[in-house]
Write a protein that binds this ligand. Structure first.
Ligand code: GLC
Ligand code: CA
Length: 555
């Protein structure tokens, strides 16, 4: 079947537990989603990506799946999902699901069987290895750390073997080298595609093929020392090709999450005759205020962000298509990172312009369009995320409690997992009862109702950006070019197509900045398409976090 044109589209990401509670138990659900579909469509997006909504013991909030063909009872039923899907389609919204097949939950029936013995039908579904012995001491098969929770191996007395978990203990890695596991994956894909979903966001898909020898990694590198041996592995493209064949039958979209995959490798998945992925979620743009992980924080450095943006824009130009994002459920809120909470509206709108007008398909994470910011919690016990708790216990142990919590607040995924703030009524209108997780206390000021009422709000600006992008061939397809890459406060990029040139000018500064047009430009003939301030701009002066979209030529 022919594929729809995902390049014109933009997506809204739902992390359901915190989206909207429709049945009054304090947990977001599909009833809540159903009620908000008109709102989502009103943004001008064209699709929804659902983070996992399947049954899960929630060791990693849905990314530990115990049944791939059902809906978590907290969120509803398959019938309710079908209702949401039909209504979304009627509103012109495509729906893509999260396909999490690097690992399952340790409560998935496959794993419950697999752990029983070395000879059962499921015994080879996961990555089991014998211990290493040093005299009398039993050691794990290699020195890898997991990304979430201690070592990457857990001992299982029934088999007298260890299983691999690149993430949490309750997330055993599947053995994708087993053809039966790959058949299972294809079956899962068909199940959802037959129901009518339009594609998948494929979770850490670049991790599914492990180096056959599972060699030791660098001993002192924390968290990702095994990554060279499980990322972009030897059989990855072959396996992806198999999944691609299924997707192709349905014309389904495939977006792969690819932590730390370099551009050059990315191109091998995104180009060529047997392109195995349509788009990739890269991580470079998440690193402008940290080193490798948000827990190794450093002050935000704009040139690093711009370098990441431009690297992907230039490398994929004419060859592949970018997935554009500044937030998702794995990262803190972008205003709190790359913008300023003090200039919430200004920086929230500017950041929208900074990424939506690049070449690619924009993704917006729930609440991002409302200008939501990081929550500050009072103690580590109030956090939910397994990765957060582990990072808290691993990093900066010699610092004061206060400093450590400040880092958690800056770095935690939970900072962006608070309930969506719909209005200023109790619980931010998310639920009638106390929500499952803390609501950001700024909800009386920051909420959808207020944003709707203010024509200059972050919300309205997102709508304007998406509308402008969709109506402009230059913004959709035009060439990208960056100016002043070393400038510490300004991000200036051009999109051009035929005789039309559009310049996007973004100030990342709390102070006024003076600036000049790039060489080859003159103010004459310039039209202002969009600005995040209501008052007329002064041509060569930018207000704090000002964003302007300027046009020359064209029709
Ligand atoms: C991806 C998901 C993240 C999850 C991890 C393990 O990075 O986005 O939320 O914890 O994979 O599944
Ligand atoms: Ca609920």
């Amino acid at each position: 079947m022919e594929q729809f044109d995902f390049r014109r589209m933009s997506f809204y990401q739902i992390w359901i537990r915190s989206f909207a509670d429709g049945n009054g138990d304090g947990i977001g659900d599909l009833y809540g989603v159903y009620d908000k579909l008109d709102y989502i469509a009103s943004l001008g997006v064209d699709g929804i990506w659902f983070s996992p909504i399947y049954p899960s013991p929630n060791a990693d909030y849905g990314y530990d799946i115990s049944d791939y063909r059902n809906i978590h009872p907290d969120y509803g039923t398959l019938d309710e999902f079908r209702k949401v899907l039909d209504r979304a389609h009627a509103l012109g919204l495509r729906v893509i699901m999260d396909l999490v097949i690097n690992h399952t939950s340790d409560e998935h029936p496959w794993f419950l069987e697999s752990r029983k013995s070395r000879t059962g039908p499921y015994s080879d579904y996961y990555i089991w290895r014998d211990p290493k012995w040093k005299g009398e001491s039993r050691l794990p098969p290699n020195n890898w750390f997991s990304q979430f929770e201690g070592l990457a191996w857990e001992y299982c007395p029934e088999r007298e073997q260890y299983y691999l978990h690149v993430f949490a203990k309750k997330q055993p890695d599947l053995n994708m080298d087993n053809p039966r596991v790959r058949e299972e994956v294809k079956g899962i894909m068909r199940f959802w595609l037959d129901m009518g979903v339009d594609g998948f966001r494929e979770d850490v898909i670049t991790y599914i093929s492990k180096h056959p020898q599972l060699p030791d990694g660098i001993p002192f590198l924390p968290i990702i020392n095994g990554q060279p041996y499980y990322k972009d592995g030897p059989n990855l493209v072959d396996y992806l090709r198999e999944f691609r064949a299924v997707a192709k039958e349905y014309g389904a979209l495939q977006i792969g999450e690819a932590p730390m995959t370099p551009v050059k490798t990315a191109l091998t998945y995104l180009t060529g005759e047997d392109r195995v992925l349509d788009m990739m979620i890269q991580f470079d743009t998440m690193g402008a205020d940290c080193f490798m992980t948000e827990y190794l924080h450093h002050p935000f450095f704009l040139p690093k962000l711009k370098h990441a943006f431009s690297k992907w824009q230039y490398a994929l130009a004419g060859k592949a298509w970018n997935a554009l994002y500044l937030e998702n459920h794995d990262h803190p809120r972008v205003i709190s990172r790359y913008g300023s909470e003090e200039f919430r509206r200004e920086s929230g709108t500017m950041l929208a312009a900074a990424y939506i007008f690049q070449q690619g398909t924009p993704f917006i994470y729930q609440g991002q369009e409302l200008g939501m910011t990081n929550i500050r919690l009072g103690s580590i016990e109030e956090y939910e995320d397994v990765a957060t708790k582990n990072a808290y216990h691993s990093f900066r142990r010699r610092q004061t409690e206060e400093k450590r919590l400040r880092h958690v607040h800056l770095a935690s995924r939970d900072s962006a997992r608070t309930p969506v703030q719909w209005n200023s009524s109790p619980n931010a209108g998310f639920s009638d009862v106390k929500p499952w997780f803390s609501v950001n206390p700024n909800y009386p000021e920051v909420n959808a109702e207020k944003e709707e009422a203010d024509p200059q709000s972050v919300l309205h600006f997102y709508r304007r950006c998406l509308r402008l992008r969709k109506g402009s061939d230059t913004l959709l397809w035009g060439d990208y070019r960056e100016y002043f890459p070393q400038h510490p406060h300004l991000y200036v990029y051009e999109r051009s197509c035929g005789t039309e040139r559009i310049l996007v000018v973004c100030s990342f500064s709390k102070k006024e900045q003076s600036w000049k047009l790039p060489k080859g430009y003159a103010w004459e003939g310039c039209t202002l398409l969009l600005c995040n301030y209501a008052e007329e701009p002064v041509p060569e002066r930018l207000r704090p976090y000002e964003a302007r979209v300027l046009r020359w030529g064209g029709t």
